[in-house]
Design a binder for this molecule. Structure first.
Ligand code: ADP
Ligand code: MG
Ligand code: MG
Length: 892
């Protein structure tokens, strides 16, 4: 006969059966596994048992029918609990009361709520009133049971119960339910029973129906939606824990509370929590009565407090992680009702991991693995201060909570459509775009907004994907948020926010506040963060470089731990106001001489940029990409020129002949350069083949800058990178130019400088012919944005606007390949290219540059593929450092 039920003291048997702790959690659920574990550790836990997740699955599979033998096993476990407690379930003379608690492998809101005080009926309540000498307690428990049973098991709405309670509070002139006199409680019980006709008075019946209700709740809509949104498998099932009641509501030497072994927001190493005297279950978190800070317990109940501190330490040592505990004190005796690894902010995660290493609780490696790269990302986004969040909550300004899909804090005035958001943003306002859900039409508004809020949608909704993509804080799927697009208001219950009013969102936690909260930008030099990242550096094999175009970016990148520059886009320097006219002249030139003249103006400017970079990155590689984009990007648009022409022709007051001719010439050139598919057109290395003066000028600027830097006492390491090659002949040609220039310059200057010439691999052809390319190229860098475009044959700009996000929403693609490297397609090509390149040129340096370099999953793939480095935006360098360490540790 299959074992469907385990008592809390049977855990070792369960462990043996299931093999390992993760399977125990799978079998008993997180709550049940830890209750059993605490029992074994000797922590005071009220006796009980767990009905397994397998029983739940069997129940679901059998079309809601309990598996054979399960009730007998429940009865057996109940006998065991009766023996341990000396009480009897359903026996009025000495009643055992139990709670029925759901508990899946992963903690999951949306599952069935707990029912407390099971086992009470008229007879038992009356007798319990006598035995305990506290009729108030007996009827308080009884009325709680009927209400919980009605709402949780029978699915009745809560309002009628609350109305009755309200009526009696008013009648008896008390503020809280805890103060209701016993007679009132008795009357309430009768009234509750009237509106709960299906409440079974037989305790066994109560228990059976409650257990089945937990099973059913696994397949309930709320739970299914939550699992879909959080990628939790649907076949795990939930366990049911049945546990002896302990009473925090048995008078003034009783209390119930929650505690964290460390501070969940800051990570400080001291216990944190709240409690309430004479209370039960959820009272503490329900916010009906003002709770007491846990520090007070030292005075109020010193013995129980001391014991709680000891247990808190014991559990931390056992689980080697910060614990989130539920406890109850009944007549001065402490009981633990739950423990689990505590939720924490990114800040707290980092600090706790580091301090646990200092305490000898975990290893450096574990500490590094305890913090996710995403958390590092959160860490570095602007945030609300702990105090301001607390104050806002205390003031009742927490409007709602939704899914935390894109990190960071944002403040703005509510705009209910994208156009309004853009209009207001252009007028200088900070805007929060609020929509029921977003669509591709809304993207302009999302970009203009500080943050995004939606009432519908999950973690892979359009809003969530776009927000993450563009680094906008976002909270989505706030079910209780009512948005009235006609009336231009939104509301949660009776709290109404009009368009134009301020809200603040914390995308890291999923909170939405009314009003403006102050933000702070966290410090990269935070003591704990730098320690943790330092440890990460010890484990990783991949180097982390940064994409930076200017010395200021380079300095920031170094601050964030970059070990060089993986991509300097020289053309960004061309777009600056003082340079653009010369760039345009260079492009529009009809003759080589004119082109050279324009380049001569640009040369010293580029040289200065490069010198700055080399000096900022002395001793580290600085990979400089030669001009890459299609030339039309630098030129005025056709419309603009036509306007100019029109104005000149209209103006008959003066003679404009020469100017008109010049504009016409430009127009002709713009027309020449026009391409149907510029992305696949005249760009990259192709520019240098047809206009060799450009790479020559750039090579000269680089080598001269290196000479200058060397003269200034620095150690420049330029690597010149040729973009978009598809054939080794292109490389032969352009590399030849570079080498000649370098020879010239070093001769002129009498200084030897180190440099390398390599290429980007951005097309399938380049990847497939990597061997031949490596004859010329001294290094490879994968431009994964273009490589993704050319591999998929889609243009990113167009695809993200039209179909790509829907592809991800509909599950056709698992992720946006421009965000996370496509393992099989693009990854496959990278693999081929790495092999081809290294066969030809053993040990050649190979890396990737582009946004993927800062994406943790892509970093892991780069590690697997044996690359030497990833290069990403300076802000993402810490994320990449940790991701690279995770990849290395995972591989071990
Ligand atoms: P949740 O998963 O929503 O926290 P729990 O099953 O932990 O639900 O229970 C809800 C509340 O009831 C918690 O405060 C818990 O401590 C309390 N509780 C559960 N079982 C018992 C019990 N046997 N005795 C006293 N309090 C209990
Ligand atoms: Mg709980
Ligand atoms: Mg490219």
């Amino acid at each position: 006969m299959k074992k469907w039920v385990y008592t809390f003291d049977e855990v070792s048997e369960a462990e043996a059966l299931a093999g390992d702790w993760d399977s125990v959690r799978g079998l008993l659920g997180g709550k049940g596994a830890n209750l059993a574990d605490m029992t074994r550790l000797g922590v005071p836990v009220p006796p009980g048992f767990t009905v397994t997740t397998e029983a739940c699955n069997a129940y679901t599979d059998a079309g809601l029918s309990v598996p054979e033998g399960m009730w007998d096993q429940v009865r057996g476990a109940l006998d065991h609990v009766e023996e341990k407690t000396g009480k009897t379930f359903g026996d009025p003379d000495n009643p055992l009361l139990v709670s029925c608690r759901s508990g899946a492998k992963f903690s999951m809101p949306g599952m069935m709520d707990t029912v407390l005080d099971i086992g009470l009926n008229h007879e038992v309540a009356a007798s319990l009133a006598e035995i305990s000498g506290d009729p108030h307690f007996a009827y308080d428990s009884y009325r709680r049971l009927i209400q919980m049973y009605g709402s949780v098991v029978l699915g009745n709405p809560d309002e009628p119960y609350e109305e009755i309670l309200e009526e009696f509070r008013t009648k008896t002139g008390v503020a809280t339910d805890a103060e209701l006199p016993t007679d009132a409680l008795k009357d309430i019980v009768e009234r509750f029973l009237k509106i709960t006709p299906r409440f079974p008075s037989d305790p066994t019946e109560q228990l059976k129906l409650a257990v089945e209700a937990v099973f059913k709740s696994w397949s309930g809509k709320r739970a299914v939606d939550y699992r879909n949104a959080s990628n939790i498998p649907h076949d795990l099932g939930t366990a049911v824990n049945v546990q002896t009641m302990v009473f925090g509501n048995l008078g003034e030497d009783c209390l119930t509370g929650v505690a964290m072994s460390r501070h969940g927001a800051t990570g400080e190493n001291h216990i944190e929590g709240d409690y309430l005297f004479n209370a039960q279950g959820e009272d503490v978190v329900a916010g009906i009565r003002a709770t007491i800070h846990i520090g007070e317990m030292a005075n109020d109940m010193p013995k129980a407090y001391e014991e709680l501190l000891e247990i808190s330490d014991q559990l931390e040592n056992h689980y080697r992680d910060m614990q989130d505990m539920e406890f109850t004190v009944e007549n001065g005796k402490l009981w633990l009702l739950q423990t689990r690894d505590g939720k924490r902010t990114a800040q707290a995660a980092v600090r706790i991991a580091v301090e646990m290493v200092d305490q000898g609780l975990i290893s450096k490696e574990e500490a590094v693995m305890r913090v996710t790269p995403d958390q590092i990302d959160f860490f570095l986004h602007p945030q609300f201060t702990v105090e301001s969040r607390k104050a806002a909550k205390a003031a009742g300004n927490l409007l709602a909570e939704g899914l935390n899909v894109s990190p960071g804090a944002a403040v703005g005035v509510v705009a209910f459509d994208a156009d309004k958001a853009v209009e207001w943003a252009e007028a200088g306002k900070k805007v929060m775009l609020v929509r029921p859900e977003t669509k591709p039409d809304d993207v302009h508004g999302m970009l203009a907004a500080e943050g995004i809020v939606t009432s519908r949608g999950g973690r892979t909704s359009h809003a969530a994907l776009v927000a993450r993509q563009f680094g906008k804080p976002a909270v989505v799927g706030i079910a209780e948020l009512d948005i009235d697009l006609e009336g231009r208001t939104m509301s949660v219950e009776d709290r109404v926010i009009k368009e134009g009013e301020f809200v603040s969102i914390e995308g890291t936690s999923g909170e939405v506040f009314v009003g403006q909260l102050p933000t702070v930008v966290p410090d990269i030099n935070d003591r704990w963060l730098s320690t943790l990242l330092g440890w990460a550096d010890e484990f990783r094999r991949l180097k982390v470089l940064a994409n930076a175009d200017y010395p200021t970016d380079a300095i920031r990148a170094k601050d964030y731990g970059a070990e060089g520059i993986g991509l300097c886009r020289t053309e960004h320097m061309f777009f600056e106001a003082e340079r653009l006219p010369s760039v345009q002249k260079m492009i529009l030139a009809d003759t080589t001489e004119d082109r050279q003249a324009a380049l001569d103006v640009l040369l010293p400017m580029q040289r200065e940029d490069f010198r700055g970079l080399f000096e900022a990155m002395s001793g580290m590689p600085v990979i400089i990409r030669m001009i890459d984009p299609p030339l039309h990007e630098f030129l005025p648009g056709q419309d603009e020129l036509e306007h100019e022409l029109h104005d000149l022709e209209e103006d008959t007051a003066v003679e404009h002949g020469a100017e008109i001719a010049e504009v016409e010439r430009k127009l002709g050139r713009v027309d020449d350069l026009h391409e149907e598919n510029p992305m696949l057109g005249f760009r990259g290395v192709r520019l240098g083949i047809l206009m060799p003066e450009i790479p020559k000028m750039q090579a000269r600027a680089i080598i001269e800058a290196a000479c200058d830097a060397k003269e200034n006492g620095f150690d420049p390491k330029p690597e010149i990178m040729i973009p978009l090659s598809i054939h080794v002949k292109e490389l032969e040609r352009v590399k030849g130019l570079v080498v000649d220039v370098a020879k010239e310059v070093t001769k002129e200057r009498g200084i030897e400088v180190y440099y390398q010439v390599g290429t980007m691999v951005e097309t399938p052809r380049a990847a497939m012919t990597a061997g031949p390319l490596a004859r010329e190229a001294e290094f490879f860098s994968f431009g994964t944005n273009d490589l993704t475009q050319t591999t998929f044959a889609i243009s990113r700009d167009d695809a993200e606007k039209s179909f790509l996000i829907q592809y991800v929403e509909q599950g056709i693609l698992p992720v946006n390949p421009f965000q996370t490297l496509d393992r099989l397609g693009v990854g496959g090509l990278i693999k081929i290219a790495v092999e081809g390149g290294r066969t030809q040129r053993p040990g050649m340096e190979i890396g990737i540059c582009g946004e993927h370099g800062g994406d943790p999953d892509s970093v892991a793939l780069c590690h697997e593929l044996g690359l030497d480095y990833v290069s990403c935006s300076p802000f993402r360098v810490p994320v990449a450092r940790l991701a690279a360490a995770h990849a290395a540790i995972d591989q071990k």
